[in-house]
Design a protein around this ligand. Structure first.
Ligand code: SAM
Ligand code: SF4
Length: 348
């Protein structure tokens, strides 16, 4: 697809054209990688962060927030739940901490999770930018996928979303994605959609960026404002929520047409803007859902954006509306399967 064809797809607004785009993407997914959805139990194990991204509610300078870090026992309790409910994989996500204590803590947790689940559970990490040697240590300890969103592939826009300093370098983030690949991970990246100052051309370039980076997995969802962040002052320039939602679905569908064999997540942020947001994304080409395993007492402190859905039955997918909806749409859940990116295996 050319850049102008991508822009054309992202600019569609007629209900019939949108329906056709989503259906086409869903058909491409089904014929390429099948129609299963794979689960990753999301464990938000710490909201302590050394960074100050302008959009994020758990940024370092937000002091109106209690900071927490789960104990090993609490992480293992969530792992136990995911494993017994045959999730196949978990994602350990946190704010970005760079310290020897943090590194060795993750390494220890990885060993414990692998031993506890007889190596059956796949583990994805999303713990920010780290040195290549740390990525290697964690890979050796059992992590095999890593999520690190570029947030936007446009350098100028990146610096409207982040301070311009050593801790928030566009080039360092780009390098980190390359290092993760070199260490052997299945690499996931992504962007926020509907940011202030963002144009449809930026988004088209984001999709082409994923393709040029030969990325294995993508997680992208709508930007959602948070009142305790600097970016909140630009909220008047945002698209209305329903348009941000629609644009996110168009991004998912267009990416599926561009990269048929990658893993694409139906992100929780979609659920904030529509009660069936994740399910609709699956029918527009996504194949990964990340039910939230974080305990209710900690969830309220992991508010990267406000109005994060408290999806009560999220953890028990087998009994939830989510599974019923997917089943009604002819989609099966890949219980007990890792659901690796087929792109990763095709490429290597
Ligand atoms: N600290 C790690 C990092 O930044 O890579 C992982 C955790 S961070 C909370 C995960 C993702 O949350 C970020 O990559 C960003 O895209 C997303 N995020 C943060 N604030 C957001 C907001 N206000 N709206 C939508 N997504 C947001
Ligand atoms: Fe920290 Fe990640 Fe939020 Fe940035 S996006 S402030 S690195 S948790």
């Amino acid at each position: 697809m050319t850049r102008s064809q991508i822009i054309e797809k992202l600019s569609l607004s007629e209900p019939v054209s949108l329906k056709n785009l989503y259906a086409e993407a869903n058909a491409v997914k089904t014929s390429t990688i099948g129609n299963k959805v794979y689960l990753r139990g999301l464990i938000e194990f710490s909201n302590i962060c050394g960074k100050n991204c302008y959009y994020c509610g758990i940024r370092r300078e937000n002091q109106a927030l209690k900071r927490y870090e789960l104990s090993d026992e609490e992480v293992l309790a969530a792992v136990d739940f995911a494993w017994k409910n045959r999730y196949g994989s978990v994602v350990l996500q946190s704010g970005e901490q760079q310290s020897a204590r943090f590194t060795s803590r993750i390494t220890r947790l990885l060993h414990k999770i692998k031993a506890y689940t007889n190596n059956e559970l796949g583990i994805t990490l999303s713990c920010g930018e780290q040195a290549a040697a740390i990525y290697r240590e964690w890979f050796t300890a059992g992590a095999h996928r890593y999520l690190l969103r570029i947030e936007t592939s446009n350098r100028e826009l990146f610096y409207k979303l982040h301070p311009n300093d050593d801790k928030h370098s566009f080039d360092a983030r780009l390098d980190a994605i390359g290092q993760l690949r070199a260490e052997g991970y299945q690499v996931g990246t992504g962007v926020m959609i509907g940011l202030p100052f963002q144009t449809v051309e930026h988004l088209a370039d984001d999709l082409l960026f994923f393709q040029s980076m030969n990325i294995d997995m993508v997680g992208m969802g709508p930007y959602l404002e948070h009142s305790q962040t600097p970016l909140y002052q630009h909220r008047r320039h945002l698209l209305p929520p329903e348009k941000r939602f629609e644009l996110s679905l168009k991004m998912v569908a267009t990416l599926r047409l561009l990269m048929p064999d990658i893993n694409i997540a139906a992100t929780t942020a979609l659920q904030v803007l529509h009660p069936e947001g994740r399910e609709m994304a699956v029918l527009a080409g996504a194949n990964i859902i990340m039910p939230n395993m974080t305990l209710p007492e900690h969830r309220s402190y992991y508010q990267i954006y406000e109005h994060k859905p408290d999806i009560n039955d999220d953890a028990t997918v087998s009994k939830s509306k989510l599974e019923q909806y997917l089943r009604d749409a002819g989609i099966t859940v890949g219980y007990g399967e890792w659901g690796d990116s087929q792109h990763f295996h095709h490429e290597r």
